[in-house]
Design a protein around this ligand. Structure first.
Ligand SMILES: [Mg+2]
Length: 293
């Protein structure tokens, strides 16, 4: 099922904690568990400036405990660059899927999308152009991440600044979008410039599940759903934003998916969690289950 179809049929998704009795047997019965979690807005509270985001100590300890349980792998999935993400989470023994799935690190081994150098070149050109064009807009911050570029405007004070910035932004990117070199995605007060390649957090997750040697053109089908055999692995994915939707699409047919936030947002996720506190509570419940084995 495509993400769009999944969204259309959506009546509000049930709360994951309230559905515990339904998911508990799957979690307890899975030989292996892959707990994949978005970072900003899922584990770490959204802050005014993206550079200030921190992982609460209590959450960090919980993730560490979980990652040490037998048969459990914890993966942090983010749009952030790999080094940035690793530094912010600061845990060994955790898998990092960074830059919307374009690179990842697992047990000290780094995987990168095979076309990474090419992507880097294109994004580098756009970054340079935007650094000039957007320099005069107060409260607009560029976050270059190698294979993608984020333009944050949470700190822009007026609608006029945002409108002006967006006009200047589109003037630069439009020709490259039309030439099929890049595409633009939207998050919470952020515009993201990405390679045109249909690739996201869900594909990163699919590569992780299929293994680093997998043919990347075959890890997901046309709808973005993971196609490989998950060999005894139950994947969980929790995220809060639009860029997490392809993660939900990738694994919703084989795993457990939840979107964080109000029930009003249409989502491909099967469940929802109301807040970061609920994310933590759910992870505590999973951890409690893992202690017993
Ligand atoms: Mg997020």
């Amino acid at each position: 099922m495509s993400a769009t179809k999944a969204r259309k049929k959506a009546s509000p998704a049930p709360n994951l904690i309230a559905s515990w009795l339904k998911v508990q047997p799957r979690i307890a019965g899975a030989p292996r568990l892959l707990i994949a979690l978005d970072f900003d807005g899922t584990l770490s509270p959204i802050v005014k400036h993206h550079a200030d985001a921190r992982l609460p100590l209590e959450t960090k300890r919980l993730l560490q405990r979980l990652s040490r349980r037998r048969g459990v792998e914890v993966a942090i999935v983010s749009g952030r660059a790999l080094e940035d993400l690793k530094e912010r989470v600061g845990l060994r023994g955790v898998t990092y899927i960074a830059t919307h799935g374009f690179d990842m690190e697992r047990r000290g081994k780094v995987w990168r999308h095979p076309r990474a150098p090419e992507f880097k070149r294109v994004i580098g050109q756009v970054t340079e152009a935007l650094q000039w064009e957007l320099a005069t807009f107060a409260g607009v911050n560029l976050e270059p991440k190698g294979y993608t570029l984020a333009v944050h405007y949470r700190q822009a004070h007026s609608a006029k600044i945002v409108a002006g910035m967006k006009a200047a932004f589109w003037q630069v990117v439009q020709p490259l979008v039309e030439a099929g070199e890049i595409r633009i995605t939207y998050g919470k007060r952020v515009l993201e410039v990405r390679p045109a390649e249909e690739w996201g957090k869900g594909h990163g997750l699919a590569v992780l599940l299929a293994g680093p040697r997998a043919d990347i053109t075959k890890v997901a089908d046309r709808t973005g759903a993971f196609t490989g055999a998950a060999q005894g692995v139950l994947p969980l994915y929790i995220g809060d934003d639009e860029t997490d939707e392809d993660g939900f699409t990738a694994i919703r047919h084989v795993g457990i998916t939840a979107r964080v936030g109000g029930a009003t947002k249409p989502s491909a996720a099967e469940y929802r969690l109301a807040s970061l506190a609920e994310v933590r509570r759910f992870l505590e419940m999973v951890d409690g289950e893992m202690i017993r084995r």
